[in-house]
Write a protein that binds this ligand. Sequence first.
Ligand SMILES: Cc1cc2nc3c(=O)[nH]c(=O)nc-3n(C[C@H](O)[C@H](O)[C@H](O)COP(=O)(O)OP(=O)(O)OC[C@H]3O[C@@H](n4cnc5c(N)ncnc54)[C@H](O)[C@@H]3O)c2cc1C
Length: 278
Amino acid sequence: MKRLNARVLELAQQQSADIKRALSAAGVKIVQGTGKLLDRHTVEVTDEAGLTYNLHADFILLSVGTHPREMATGRPDGERILTWTQLYNLQEVPKELIVIGSGVTGAEFASAYEGLGSQVTLISSRDRVLPGEDEDAARVLEDVFERRGVQVMPRSRASAVERSEDGVVVTLSDGRKVAGTHCLVAIGSIPNTEGLGLDAAGVEVSDSGHVVVDGVSRTCVNNIYAAGTAQACTRSPRLLRCRGASLWRTFWGMRSSRCAPTGWRAIFSPPPKLPPWV
Ligand SMILES: Cc1cc2nc3c(=O)[nH]c(=O)nc-3n(C[C@H](O)[C@H](O)[C@H](O)COP(=O)(O)OP(=O)(O)OC[C@H]3O[C@@H](n4cnc5c(N)ncnc54)[C@H](O)[C@@H]3O)c2cc1C
């Protein structure tokens, strides 16, 4: 597990370095720091040393992503109660993994860890896994889970997660308790829009904190655009790619097309056999 996670993180770092190199080669100036809008044309940057300076721009693109939603009654500790960002620090395969949340992330990790040898229990608050996806595909996935020994608990809402002496205990809203060695909390994500200065720039935000955009990814402030998972109407990688292309055409003054969320959204496919480093 330690080697697998090290390899995943190494690949991610390599990919990040490749993209950085390609951007620099294309003439993009990359500055490291945290950005905040001061007004519709000014971004305040705070760098790692705490120094701040302002950047001015005709157009601004917000692409700040999301972070995992946490349960108030079961804060992740990075050891036994984990979010999907903390899983990559695991040193060994969990013996019994409880996954709370059966959306794309929860289902994906339930499948992966079952493949790695964990006994997996998937707690789903809805009737079926992948509630936002195609119903037939979700049923196929449930059948596969059942055949592979993943215990799916439908219509079960987790209300708390606690550490026990040697693991974790998840309490469901009807009082039932589920015990395991580790728990992954995968109950959705929150856009990184807090403290971004959207108020100061007059950018509209939905109740969920997502940036509201039109069909070409423009916010209500006509020189500020938003792309990626922090905007209100992009959920799938296919739609993200389509929106990227649409945004590019808009920036270059070409006739832009709107993107409709059609076609597939998620694919689950285990590798034919485990790689040699597992
Ligand atoms: C577990 C998991 C598995 C996934 N698997 C796949 C997959 O197999 N294939 C696929 O296509 N997609 C996958 N996705 C989805 C994919 O990760 C997202 O669609 C994609 O990362 C969204 O890109 P983004 O640019 O919106 O956000 P991000 O990739 O999150 O990037 C946002 C960046 O902005 C930075 N940032 C935030 N606030 C500020 C600020 N104020 N100033 C400066 N920087 C800031 C963040 O640090 C981050 O680096 C997966 C997602 C998850 C959670």
